[in-house]
Design a protein around this ligand. Structure first.
Ligand code: SME
Length: 169
C-alpha cells in the first residue's frame, strides 16, 4: 500500500481521474471492509479537500431484515467534525437517498426540507446509496462542503464509481 496519495490536476475531473486508480490500489491486499472504507474516506477528504466525508450503514443489515423500514442509518467511518450518529428512513438527505435509492445533490442545504444539520458549517452536500447484490441499500456515502453548490454531475459520475468500488469490498 502506498504511504500517501498524489493528486494531480486542477479541475475537479482531473483530480477524480488521478484519485480513482489510487483508491483501487489502496484497497488491494486488504480484506477488511471497515479498514478499506476508512481509508477511502480519508483519501476522499484529503484528496478532494472537502469538509466532511463519511458513510452511514443501514443497520441492522438488509440481509438480516427483509423490511428496510425496520432499520436506520448508523454512522460509520468518516473524516471531519463529529456527526449525528443515527438517521431514520426517509429523514434528512441521507435518509432520503436511502428511501429513494438514488443519488441526491443539494446545492443549498437550507433549501432541502428536513435537512439534518450535523454542522452549521455545512452548506451543500451529495449523498449516494450503495447496494448489495439484491438491490438493497447497504450504506450511503455523504459528502459535505462548507460552500454552496459544490457538487454537480461530475461529482455524481465519479462518486458513483467510488460507490461501485465500495460495493466490491
Ligand atoms: N446532512 C445530513 C446528515 C449527515 S451530516 O451532514 C454528516 C442529512 O441531512 O442527512
Amino acid at each position: 500500500m502506498a504511504e500517501s496519495l498524489v493528486i494531480s490536476g486542477i479541475s475537479k475531473k482531473e483530480k477524480y481521474e488521478s484519485l480513482l486508480p489510487q483508491l483501487k490500489a489502496l484497497v488491494e491486499g486488504e480484506s477488511d471492509t471497515i479498514a478499506n472504507i476508512s481509508n477511502i474516506m480519508s483519501a476522499l477528504k484529503y484528496g478532494m479537500d472537502w469538509f466532511w466525508v463519511g458513510v452511514y450503514f443501514v443497520s441492522p443489515s438488509p440481509a438480516l431484515h427483509k423490511v428496510e423500514r425496520a432499520a436506520e442509518l448508523v454512522l460509520g467511518p468518516f473524516q471531519g467534525p463529529i456527526a449525528c450518529t443515527r438517521i431514520a428512513f426517509g429523514k434528512g438527505v441521507c435518509g432520503a437517498a436511502w428511501k429513494e435509492k438514488k443519488t441526491i445533490v443539494v446545492e443549498d442545504v437550507e433549501q432541502f426540507p428536513g435537512h439534518i444539520a450535523c454542522s452549521s458549517f455545512s452548506k451543500s452536500e451529495i449523498v449516494l446509496p450503495a447496494f448489495d447484490k439484491s438491490g438493497n441499500v447497504i450504506l450511503v456515502l455523504d459528502v459535505d462542503s462548507e460552500h454552496l453548490a459544490t457538487f454537480d454531475e461530475t461529482d455524481k459520475i465519479y462518486l458513483e464509481q467510488v460507490i461501485k468500488l465500495i460495493e466490491t469490498l
